[in-house]
Design a protein around this ligand. Structure first.
Ligand code: IFM
Length: 447
């Protein structure tokens, strides 16, 4: 598959997103987003937490960019807040919003760190939600316009552009389960939303190809391999369906031009309205696929809460630690699809970290990272073309419905004082990257 992504140094980075760290939610002309609205509804987030202040990154940009240098990364994945740039999601842009991201991109480059920009990490302008949000096909056109605004201003200096982060989460958690913004519970709507997101991706990629022909373009999917809990037909069928709903539902239209037939049949009257022209639009050539990996799906036909037997660990989110799933996933994707190069755009774990003076001893996170980097490199040795790895997350932040209770960062944030403290995992990652850069060989990963 042709790609704009030329062979170069492996991207060793960390990732974060706008709403989770920026704060300054109502400053300098930023408009409200669906997460401002959702997080204000009692019961929607742990302790009623919001992103109003978050890590105050908006006001601490320079200090945080210096912290990235301390981490030793050569790449940083961040998202831009649509309502900071277009407060109502359309029309006139907010100069102060664009200036902020301009400073971010220049500040990263001045420090020798490659900026990887995500256009949409869940903070839809509330004004667009008031017109139907992602259920309204017009939102896809508004998104394409927004992507052009961003590319015109920053496209000459970014290392890559990603359209969407985790469309499954937007559609399923936001519109079917109702546990993320905008908090709706309607499966038919959720499936239509998933389709509109992919159409929006297609429209944006088409526009960006003309506008910034040399910038690598891609999308980020959260993918988990699905395993039957027991070796029985019912569990195998469950795993196949889960794989269809979460992985093939996105991978097939993006890379094969169609939705999976078994899932369409399963959805029945909840299947989305789709035209052949839209399917053609979705299947744009991409320069990279971003994969966020956290855990596997463990599928039991009767018990949705079934846990794997044995001694596996679980993170503070209750997610099983299963590094082998990353190798299995990457090898399987390489076998089943014609793929562009891959970035692991997120991987990491929440643990109940404690600040002890100026230290945080997060040995479980170190082990998690070490095991998953080993799993990634096992797939690379089997021929999977992985070009970068971004640990989630740069620093502790607003973990959506879990608020500030769950800490994913390599850097600890004391929210009272906004002091940042490097955890042991940050020191470990820095040393790991330095060792990798000496050899730059997957087989010498040291794991
Ligand atoms: O914090 C999120 C991120 O915003 C998207 N991917 C998963 C992370 C951990 O839940």
């Amino acid at each position: 598959m042709p790609t704009n992504l030329l062979p170069g140094e492996f991207q060793w980075g960390v990732a974060a997103s706008a709403y989770q760290i920026e704060g300054a939610a109502f400053e300098d002309g930023r408009g409200p987003s669906i997460w401002d609205t959702f997080s204000r509804v009692p019961g929607n987030t742990a302790d009623g937490d919001t992103g109003d202040v978050a890590c105050d990154h908006y006001h601490r940009l320079e200090e945080d960019l210096d912290l990235l240098v301390t981490l030793g990364v050569n790449a940083y994945r961040f998202s831009v807040a649509w309502p900071r740039i277009q407060p109502t999601g359309r029309g006139a842009t907010n100069p102060k919003g664009l200036d902020f991201y301009d400073r971010m991109v220049d500040g990263l480059r001045a420090r020798g760190i490659k900026p990887h920009l995500t256009l949409y990490h869940w903070d839809l302008p509330q004004a667009l939600q008031d017109e139907g949000g992602w259920g309204n096909p017009d939102t896809a056109r508004r998104f394409a316009d927004f992507s052009e605004v961003v590319a015109r201003r920053l496209g000459d200096r970014v290392e890559s552009l990603c359209t969407f982060n985790e469309p499954w989460v937007v559609a399923t958690l936001g519109h079917e389960k109702g546990i993320f913004a905008p908090g709706l519970k309607d499966r038919q709507l959720a499936m239509q939303v998933s389709h509109h997101l992919l159409v929006a991706h297609g429209l944006a990629v088409q526009a960006l190809r003309t506008l910034v022909p040399r910038v690598p373009l891609g999308i980020v999917l959260n993918l988990s391999p699905s395993y039957p809990a027991r070796n029985v037909a019912a569990d195998r069928a469950k795993a196949h369906l889960e794989d269809g709903l979460s992985l093939r539902w996105y991978m097939d239209p993006l890379f094969r031009g169609s939705y999976p037939a078994d899932v369409l049949e399963h959805l029945g009257s909840d299947r989305p309205k789709v035209t052949p022209e839209e399917l053609a639009l979705i299947q744009q050539p991409l320069d990279f696929l971003g994969i966020n990996y956290y855990m596997r799906n463990f599928c039991h036909a009767e018990d949705p809460h079934a846990r794997p037997p044995g001694e596996q660990g679980f993170t503070d989110m209750g997610w099983e630690i299963y590094p082998q799933g990353l190798t299995d996933l990457l090898v399987r994707l390489g076998r089943d699809y014609r793929l562009p190069p891959i970035y692991i755009t997120e991987n990491g774990a929440a643990f109940a970290d404690r600040l002890e003076g100026d230290e945080v001893h997060d040995s479980q996170r170190v082990a998690y990272l070490e095991q998953h980097l080993g799993a990634m490199n096992a797939a690379r040795r089997q021929g999977v073309d992985v070009r970068g790895y971004f640990a989630w997350s740069f620093m502790d932040n607003f973990e959506w419905a879990s608020g500030y209770q769950k800490r994913f960062g390599l850097v600890y944030v004391d929210y009272g004082s906004q002091r940042r403290v490097l955890k042991d995992s940050a020191h470990w990652y820095r040393a790991f990257i330095a060792a990798q850069q000496q050899t730059d060989q997957p087989s010498r990963a040291g794991i």
